[in-house]
Write a protein that binds this ligand. Structure first.
Ligand SMILES: Cc1cc2nc3c(=O)[nH]c(=O)nc-3n(C[C@H](O)[C@H](O)[C@H](O)COP(=O)(O)O)c2cc1C
Length: 164
């Protein structure tokens, strides 16, 4: 907690709290870390970050049936959200429909997308127009060149961009 507070404060002092965001992963094992009782810890963290006045707090929280990490508790975001005064971003395994439902329920202020952006360079347009989403290819997640990063075509364009 002290490390989080002091590092965030130092960053905010250097670049401005309004240009500082923090991502926390309160639910599910992350990089080998699994908290036995995460809620009090992450509420305290959200309060500490709120008092620094950072621009936003992102909660990466895979659901119980997550496809890239799994949560081990029902969603904690609704319980953490009141502890942070600024915008809260939600992440992990969101479809457009689930994102809209959580926004409508006031659980978060925005939803961030990871994997869908890899395969859909025009993701905002596809969501806005209800177009189908392309699936990402896990085999090219961490390539060092264009493969897997720059070769997914926008909707309606030739699929020949993909070399795999
Ligand atoms: C190729 C790849 C690299 C990622 N790198 C990071 C990273 O460096 N830091 C991080 O916090 N999350 C990273 N993530 C996780 C994503 O930010 C996101 O939390 C995750 O994909 C779940 O969101 P999604 O269901 O919308 O994909 C990465 C994900 C992928 C697929």
């Amino acid at each position: 907690m002290r490390l989080l507070r002091e590092v965030t404060q130092a960053l905010a002092d250097a670049v401005g709290a309004d240009r500082t965001g923090v991502r926390l992963s309160p639910n599910g094992e992350t990089q080998g870390v699994r908290d036995s009782d995460p809620l009090p810890v992450f509420i305290a963290a959200a309060e500490a970050l709120s008092s620094i006045g950072i621009a936003h707090l992102e909660l990466r929280e895979p659901p119980l049936d997550g496809t890239f990490g799994v949560g081990y508790l029902p969603p904690l975001a609704p319980l953490i959200r009141p502890a942070f005064k600024g915008p809260v971003l939600l992440n992990s395994d969101f479809s457009a429909a689930r994102a809209q439902a959580d926004l409508d329920a006031g659980i978060g202020d925005a939803v961030t997308f990871g994997r869908p952006f890899i395969a859909n360079p025009d993701l905002p347009r596809r969501i806005a127009e209800g177009l189908p989403l392309a699936a990402d290819d896990r085999a090219t997640w961490f390539t060092q060149g264009a493969d897997g990063y720059l070769d997914y075509p926008p909707a309606g364009a030739s699929a020949r961009l993909r070399s795999a």
